[in-house]
Design a protein around this ligand. Structure first.
Ligand code: ATP
Ligand code: MG
Length: 198
């Protein structure tokens, strides 16, 4: 529990409430057509100072203009925020972080690729579980609850998307999130559910 005690109890409780709210169906995704490229640019700008402070360089590879997905704005921001935070948190100084958007058929894949320590097979098996305590440790003394990716996975799946990782130990990690471009034929149109707290 040593790493947990570094995190404030209110943050921990807030994260648990996020998970409970999504799992219980109290917080539902409210998808709409949104510009993923604009969200990615905004979050990269927000993290530029953190990354620069650790000697990391972030780059967005996307066609100019928009890249629309059918997704919940708040969830999408939270997902990208978590993936960028992790890439920054676990990368040693001097490395690159590449964010890439690709349109494939009816889907868009956003990926966050780092040159950090990567993940072992055992890490990959536990990665999206709660309180994941894996090989990589924060490189700048950042605080960590081990709940971020578990929340991310819930949010991705609540929007009908998929998340996976490609990684070898020592060779960095690439997290990919696939989101739909259009509403699924099978899904009912979203109705007025509550937004995620915080
Ligand atoms: N990009 C990455 N490279 C290497 N290991 C990673 C990466 N992202 C996550 N991990 C490993 O997975 C674990 C779980 O990640 P997760 O985001 O769920 O929790 P955390 O970052 O430790 O804490 P929190 O996100 O709750 O602040 C991390 O502690 C780290 O060991
Ligand atoms: Mg994290």
């Amino acid at each position: 529990m040593a790493r947990l005690t570094q995190f404030s109890m209110s943050t921990l409780i807030g994260r648990f409430l996020d998970i409970a709210a999504i799992e219980s169906g109290q917080v539902k995704a409210e998808p709409e057509s949104i510009d993923l490229a604009a969200i990615a640019r905004h979050l990269i700008n927000r993290h530029t100072a953190d990354a620069g402070g650790k000697g990391l360089h972030m780059e967005l590879a996307a066609r100019e203009g928009t890249c629309r997905v059918y997704a919940d704005t708040k969830f999408t921001k939270e997902i990208l925020d978590n993936l960028l935070s992790n890439a920054i948190e676990f990368s040693p100084s001097g490395k690159q972080i590449a964010i890439c958007l690709e349109e494939k058929g009816g889907k868009v894949i956003v990926s966050v690729a780092d040159q950090g320590p990567g993940l072992t097979e055992d890490d990959r098996a536990k990665l999206f579980g709660r309180f994941a305590r894996l090989s990589a440790q924060p490189t700048g003394g950042e605080k960590s609850t081990g709940l971020g990716l578990s929340i991310v996975k819930h949010m991705v799946e609540a929007m009908g998307g998929r998340i996976w990782v490609e990684s070898e130990p020592g060779l960095g990690a690439t997290f990919r999130v696939e989101l739909p471009r259009e509403p699924s034929q099978r899904e009912p149109t979203p109705g007025g559910s509550a937004a995620l707290p915080g």
